[in-house]
Design a protein around this ligand. Structure first.
Ligand SMILES: [Zn+2]
Length: 397
């Protein structure tokens, strides 16, 4: 325990670990390299519409302050005259992404590009906010003993404002808990919190399958159904984000009932517990998710019928998202993402049934749905807070 404390305070003393470009242009250059680098100078000048002399001045300054480096051996992205690419030193900074559920706390340490270096999970001691704060602090100190952590991000299912205050989180039974402030006060490391789906979508936006797309949507399947949307390069969000408003979207007029009495809504058709329940009822025994998928792959009739109906419902939801939000692509993730793989024909059928044949086909990509990817999302919230210098020292991009 002593060693942990010592290392932790050593981290706190190194106050120079900030991302601090001197002006908006420098911030734009640094962010472009972070998100899309390594990038050649001519490509970078083209992307940001900068005169070569201006870029030279800015890149020299960013290299002198240690934010960027020349990466002569890196594979350059994009076209343009050959030049030595610029890159960030991704492993010069570390972040902890924490995902809270009602039962578990999971944490991933990442580098500046959200690549996961270490991942751990443990049961939640208690849902009491004070106890959860202590547990997050304990997990963070353990992480900080192994890697100097620049910022902590916390993701959870619920409504979370931009200051990291949780106004409601049903799985944790929380109302009005300023979790980011509570953790930061004890830990002394910048701490951010966000709705877990927003965090997951931001991770896809900055470092995942959504990179380079100004318009895309995410759907996640698990204990609930989540929807996130990036439009014109920004996550769509308001005070109701996190309520889970797509969770009861009507999908199948002949489907089973959800707890609120809707027939064939997203919760009844697409969530892991609902599908497990329906297959268990049909087979007269308790069947867990992995077995549900195995049975469907093996052609067991009841599992196949239920997953086909769910697959078509998922297709209907993907088509609705595409019809309403005009995304370049729809990413499907979450721990129940196996549905989209196993019932892919039914999903495609459901999309076709609900989309005008004149419209372009919907590009759908399946992304990782495990706990680690949710933690990575929380880490991206920390990374965004860090590079936007949310402690007030510098600029918002
Ligand atoms: Zn419902």
């Amino acid at each position: 325990m002593m060693a942990v404390e010592t290392n932790y305070f050593a981290v706190e003393e190194s106050e120079t670990r900030v991302w601090q470009p001197t002006d908006e242009l420098a911030q734009a250059v640094a962010l472009e390299v972070l998100l899309h680098g390594p990038l050649g100078r001519s490509e970078l000048a083209r992307r940001l519409d900068l005169a070569p002399a201006t870029l030279t001045r800015i890149s020299t300054e960013l290299i002198n302050t240690g934010l960027l480096v020349d990466a002569p051996h890196a594979t350059r992205r994009g076209a343009g005259r050959p030049s030595i690419p610029l890159d960030v030193v991704a492993d010069a900074h570390h972040f902890l992404g924490v995902k809270l559920s009602g039962e578990q706390i999971a944490g991933a340490i990442t580098d500046l590009r959200a690549d996961v270096i270490d991942y751990r999970e443990e049961p939640l001691d208690s849902r009491d906010p004070t106890a959860v704060t202590s547990q997050i602090v304990r997990v963070s100190r353990r992480a900080a003993a192994a890697y100097p952590i620049d910022a902590v991000g916390i993701g959870l299912g619920g409504v979370v404002d931009s200051d990291g205050n949780v106004s409601s989180a049903p799985f944790l039974q929380w109302t009005d808990v300023p979790i980011a402030t509570l953790v930061e006060a004890e830990l002394g490391i910048p701490t951010f919190a966000a709705n877990d789906l927003a965090a997951f979508t931001e991770a896809q936006h900055w470092f995942g399958a959504g990179t380079g797309h100004a318009n895309f949507a995410t759907l996640t399947l698990g204990v609930g159904v989540g929807f996130g949307c990036v439009a014109n390069g920004k996550l769509l969000a308001n005070a109701d984000s996190g309520v889970g408003l797509v969770g009861h979207w009507p999908l199948d007029p002949l489907g089973p009932l959800c707890k609120r009495g809707h027939r064939g809504c997203a919760e009844a058709m697409l969530t892991v517990p609902a599908i497990e329940r329906d297959v268990s009822t049909a087979l007269g025994r308790d069947v867990q998710w992995e077995e549900v998928l195995d049975l469907a792959v093996a052609g067991e009739p009841a599992a196949t019928r239920i997953l086909d109906a769910s697959g078509r419902a998922l297709g209907a939801l993907i088509a609705a998202v595409a019809n309403l939000t005009a995304p370049d692509l729809v990413l499907v993730g979450g721990e129940g993402v196996g549905l989209a793989a196993v019932a892919s024909d039914a999903v495609a059928h459901g999309v076709r049934e609900n989309r005008d044949p004149r419209a372009a086909p919907v590009r759908v990509e399946l992304v990782s749905g495990d706990n680690e990817s949710w933690c990575r999302g929380a880490a991206v919230i920390a990374i965004q807070g860090f590079v936007r210098n949310r402690s007030g020292r510098a600029l918002q991009p």
